[in-house]
Ligand binder design. Structure first.
Ligand SMILES: N[C@@H](CCC(=O)N[C@@H](CS)C(=O)NCC(=O)O)C(=O)O
Length: 213
């Protein structure tokens, strides 16, 4: 399997796909959608114009990081932790990933007026900001042993929830969107994973490496 990845060097959702590809040793070609050509191709492929969007070597196109990651792991998740099979544990993991996605999307909606120097004192932007703070406070109560997120994952490796949380808080720091340091358990969580090679090789804004070992 190989694929073309339409993305940016900064997107946390694109980063998740890059991390999974590196972890699973799946080669890909990166196409920057911040170029005119990359953006035009993205728009010809996806009606929502969002990154990540992927075209696999068999021609299959997918957007949304969760769907893409599922496809990259269709024959197994190793060395990542597979999603749990047990009902309650599965719901817990899906809920955690969904919470993180919503927190990120709320801050991404705020990021655009921040960069445009547009007003931020609008009720829906204020609600989005409060929502993200509430989400981070909730996640703070879900971190276990400084490493795992959610009820199910203790000692079972780096899975979707940990990937989602790490890439989210790192993007929030990179864009200076919220003070992550006010959440000590999230800070401890980040520290636990900093040296994982796939995370260290995909820092926001740095050139994309598409290595396979
Ligand atoms: N649910 C999507 C979210 C993707 C997303 O929001 N991507 C942002 C970049 S971080 C994007 O492409 N934004 C461009 C836009 O809104 O036009 C996923 O998980 O892939």
């Amino acid at each position: 399997m190989s694929f073309d990845l339409f993305g940016t060097t900064t997107s946390p959702f694109v980063r998740r796909v890059r991390v999974v590809a590196m972890e699973r040793n799946i080669p890909f070609t990166f196409i920057d959608v911040n170029t005119a050509e990359g953006q035009a191709t993205l728009r010809s492929m996806s009606p929502i114009w969002k990154a990540p969007t992927v075209r696999f070597d068999d021609g299959v196109v997918a957007w949304d990081s969760r769907v893409i990651i599922d496809m990259l792991c269709s024959d197994g998740w190793a060395p990542l932790r597979a999603p749990p099979l047990q009902r309650a544990a599965r719901a817990d993991e899906e809920n955690v990933v969904n919470v993180i996605d919503e927190g990120l999307l709320a801050l991404i909606r705020r990021y655009y007026p921040v960069t445009a120097k547009a007003p931020l004192d609008l009720p829906w932007l204020e609600k989005d900001f409060a929502r993200t703070k509430n989400i981070l406070a909730w996640l703070e109560t879900r971190v276990r042993e400084d490493k795992w997120v959610g009820a199910y994952g203790a000692g079972q490796g780096f899975g979707r929830a940990e990937l989602a949380l790490y890439t989210a808080t790192q993007w929030m720091r990179f864009r200076n969107m919220i003070d992550v340091d006010q959440f000590p358990k999230l800070v401890a969580f980040e520290k636990s994973w900093h040296d994982r090679p796939s995370l260290a090789a995909t820092k926001p804004g740095e050139p994309v490496v598409t290595f396979c070992s």
